[in-house]
Design a protein around this ligand. Structure first.
Ligand SMILES: Cc1ncc(COP(=O)(O)O)c(C=O)c1O
Length: 398
């Protein structure tokens, strides 16, 4: 089956954040929404059909996670990632961010230092600070247009702060890096040396853009080591609104602690629709995913060509994975507020402001390229046409 990604479904009245909350969030109407991280595309037809059958049953009572669902998860990890997992490793969480917060609260104590690598998805810092832990940053380094880990700084910070946990974003949102095995090995070696537990958020694992290949961190670790892998069908199959993620924990003690924490919160219940959708996606979603990755890769190529030709002052780090593109507007010298205001008020495009990903993101904007090509074209054209209306950098700081 050939999927049509050129069409954006109308979600009016359904409370879609991207389609309906944009004017509220950005305080401006008429914006093209290329911000929040979900796709404009309909998911695999097998998922839609499975949900339709589930809806037709007309009864949406309490549901449990069946063996068939667990088998679908196991099959997916094996097929797509070459990672053999056991049924008992599979834990659950409504969202990955919930799982990150649960890990922080289950495996560290107040005041403990936890390391993250900004610029990074904003909840990474929130789950640390909101739980009264000490946030330690190991900023990524931008070298010749490519982000890299600063491993010397990582080790120094872990040592200086006696860090207990490291939260990895792999692939990385927003910079789009798919970490190489070598980089991950080096990171693991440092964490091992200092007894640092690794929580690896791999929600974008299925969205590596060829030729890049995602390495599940667990494949480089022994089963009894202290780590947690967070996976989900939400980004992969555009079902973030269903709230279902799979937290994979081989170490029994870690797993029991994590599950006990979730039980204490009484959030272990399963959403009937999410179960149906996740199983269908993991069983039948390969072809759709391959096609959507091809479409996103085409959008990324188009965007990079366009930016180089028409927005030469803007630098783009080509994403190796995810559908998120990190645009560097620093050459214009604007303050974060000036840049965001110009993008919304003059270009009329809704992008995520870079400074929300940490101070390292100031002067950047994150664009979501999982949109029909025509929407992307219009967004880029709007940005180009708004260039003459960019404020003077002399006003920076306002
Ligand atoms: C790295 C990363 N983790 C987690 C999430 C959100 O996960 P959830 O909606 O399952 O909490 C996102 C969403 O953009 C993300 O990019």
């Amino acid at each position: 089956m050939n999927y049509d990604f050129d069409r954006r479904a109308d979600l009016s009245g359904f409370g879609s954040v991207k389609q309906e909350a944009t004017s509220r969030v950005f305080g401006e109407s008429g914006l093209l929404p290329l911000w929040v991280a979900d796709m404009d595309f309909q998911g695999p037809h097998e998922v839609i059909e499975a949900l339709r059958r589930r809806v037709d049953a007309g009864i949406y009572g309490y549901s449990f996670r069946t063996e068939a669902l667990e088998e679908a998860v196991i099959g997916w990890m094996d097929r797509r990632h070459g990672w053999t997992i056991r049924k008992e490793w599979i834990c659950h969480s409504p969202g990955v961010v919930t799982a990150l917060a649960a890990c922080v609260q289950s495996f560290t104590s107040e005041g403990d230092a936890i390391v993250i690598q900004p610029p990074v998805y904003p909840p990474f810092s929130k789950v640390v600070t909101e739980s009264g832990r000490k946030l330690v940053t190991n900023p990524l380094r931008l070298t010749n247009g490519r982000y890299e880990m600063d491993l010397a700084d990582l080790e120094a910070k872990i040592e200086a702060n006696g860090a207990k946990m490291f939260i990895l974003c792999s692939p990385h949102n927003p910079v789009g890096r798919v970490w190489s095995e070598g980089e991950l090995e080096a990171l693991i070696a440092i964490c091992r040396r200092h007894g640092v537990m690794i929580v690896s958020d791999e929600i974008h694992a299925d969205l590596a853009l060829p030729p890049h290949r995602h390495t599940v961190l667990a494949k480089l670790l022994a089963e009894d080591e202290r780590f947690v892998i967070c996976m989900a069908p939400s980004k992969t199959f555009n079902m973030a609104g269903l709230q279902s993620s799979f937290i994979l924990i081989p170490n029994e003690e870690i797993r029991k602690t994590f599950s006990a924490y979730m039980e204490r919160l009484h959030i272990g219940g399963a959403n009937a629709m999410a179960l149906t959708a996740a199983e269908a996606a993991y069983r039948h979603g390969d072809e759709w995913l391959d096609q959507v990755i091809g479409y996103i890769a085409g959008n990324v190529d188009y965007l990079i060509e366009y930016v180089n030709a028409h927005l030469p002052e803007v630098k783009v780090a080509r994403p190796e994975g995810t559908y998120l593109v990190w645009l560097d507007f620093r050459a214009y010298g604007l303050s974060p507020v000036q840049l965001s205001d110009w993008m919304t008020k003059k270009a009329k495009v809704a992008l995520n402001a870079g400074h929300q990903f940490g101070a390292e993101g100031e002067g950047f904007m994150r664009l979501n390229a999982a949109a029909p090509r025509a929407v992307l074209e219009e967004a880029l054209q709007r940005i180009r046409e708004a260039l003459p209306e960019m404020p003077e950098p002399a006003l920076a700081g306002q």
